[in-house]
Design a protein around this ligand. Sequence first.
Ligand code: GLY
Length: 739
Amino acid sequence: MTTQQLRELFLDYFADRGHLVQPSAPLVLHDDPTSLFTSAGMQPYMAAFRGEEAPPAPRAVSIQKCLRTNDIEGVGFHNRYATFFEMMGNFSFGDYFKEGGIELAWDFVINVLGLPKDDLYITVHTDDDEAEEIWHKNIGVPMERISRLGREDNWWPKDRWEGPCGPCSEIHLDLGPEFGCDKPDCTVGCDCDRYLELWNLVFQMYTEAEDGALTPLPAPGIDTGFGLERLALVMQDVRHLAETDEMAHIMDRIVAVINEQTGSNYAYGDDAHHDLALRIITDHLRATTFILADGTTGGPSNEGAGYVLRRFIRRAFRYGRQLGATEPFLHKAIPAVTEAMGQHYTELGEKEEFSAQLVRREEERFASTLRQGMNMFEEIALELQQARQDTIPGEKAFTLYDTYGFPVELTVEMAAERGLKVDMEGFEQAMAAQRARSGRGAGLATAEETISLAHLPATEFVGHETQSSTGKIVAIVVDGEETQRAKAEAEAEATVILDATPFYAEQGGQTGDEGIIHSSEFEFAVRNTVSHGDKVLHIGTLKRGTMQVGDEVTAAVDTARRHAIMRNHTGTHLLHAALRKVVGEHVSQSGSLVAPDRLRFDFTHHEAVTPEQLAEVERICNEWILDNRSVSVAEMDYDEARDQGAIAIFTEKYDQQVRTVTTEGISMELCGGTHVSSTGEIGSLHVISESSIAAGIRRIEAITGTGAVQHHRQLTDQAHELAAELNCPPDDIRAHSSA
Ligand code: GLY
């Protein structure tokens, strides 16, 4: 059975049993600083399980694009790991529970897939008598094939989080002793490849507090996770995920591309070492292509999802060198991902050209620095060996990262291949020092590290109504640790969380606010504001005094800066509307930046916007500004907003209740940002550049308000200087300069 047939089989089975088929949510998450990617099929339904949002239906089924990097080391080596994978899942929101969930899963596994009963093993949570009884009495699984395991294996998720959770029960398949490790105690749960976890049935019942206290969900439900690739491995009787039909197609292309480049005639299966590299490259190329096909990641970078992308591409490229590929090759195999999976995931075809370009560029960048970096790495390794040491200093790992673009994980892996370690603490320190120097992100949880703030109340945002308000400090974080107080002398850099704040946290393209948090005891200068789940983090420097948790404070946003941001944000909406008018309705936003000094708007369009079109766009925007149209905000149901013609960003996930920003007679957009109350406040809008940032994506930069006035002043001054040099009136420069 092909992977595509398995997809259809799963969806059809549950659809026939009253489940509403749901599309996959986006892979790349934007508004959740605790995770970069969707990593489970239930993630889009968190609020539904919590009872905060209506579920799509009492029963639903989906195949969700997921990505996890925690098992990356095992990819290619073991048969169960993939970074990108598809999670099939059926969901019950207060409908059937343990009994129904178990019966459906068993029926599918035995009667539809035809898996051999006697090779299936069941695990249940240590305390779950009920599930054990259902498996044994209702289904007839013998007790010797049911085991009880603890939190690590049979509670989902195993790490505490604020989301829905509960005991779970798993179906494992014994693939046979030839997959095993031959240890006498090898059984379900062993690290080897023999017992493959196929399907996880989660009995969603609670949310869990930091101290472990469980609060029941309004209604218990079912959430299941069944890895499609693992099922394909079983049904197609292969040893590795990369050997299943769709992945094998991608791997074949990678082999062909490398063979063409190196002039060799390699075939998968010829050499174990090379095969391993190929499985890793296949996995990483698939993950890369899916991240890019989501269309919301700007490309490889040193932050967030862009960093993961960079790591995949660079790691795959390095494995390519083991097969002799020294020139970019990955991008050439991207069409094979579309061929293999584009029927189900149409975004792959749509974004193919764009993805290939970004991957090629990243490969080129890495290829040219890799050689120098490798030389430096070899020198470091040699020095260590001569000095009989085994740890690469953090500073050196940082130089490899900063100068040669080696993701630190790559340095760690290369070091391990030579029996060396990396001083990660030293690396983190060097990284933090650089962040502090560049004023970026100091004191803030980066994408890969998370401060657990789950126990704190959600921050109330009052910044739409006011820019200065009083509140109470509920937490102070210094160096990634919560603390009760901070003093100006010793711990200048800190992150402060209040119960309520007027500070807008960076999101939806709008830059975070700056300003001051103070009391009679202290003054804290806020350099940036970011969100962390439902908390708002004020990042900055304690300038004076001592601040303590519990202090009553005044939080005051830098209003001049915020007004500039508001002008640019409303300006962005005008620009969007004008572009749709002049260039076409197909223009859709693919990114934006709203800063105090400028605005940037990225959109889909296949050719350059002509100077005439740009002039027209600018003229229309200024006409609307002079018209002084009102800007109003409303909260409404998502469907109602769409019915009224609100523009949503296709790849973004919205809550059921949305905020709309309407510019009278011009546009209605779903937007959480801060805006002026009428367009006249913008003053004027001036387009300063138009360029291409990727195939099919254009970028316009513009300025408004005081920025536009200053720009005009500069141009006028220059005109006067030139006029003086040419000895003519400023209006006449053109005639005089061409003379
Ligand atoms: N939520 C089920 C799973 O991730 O396995």
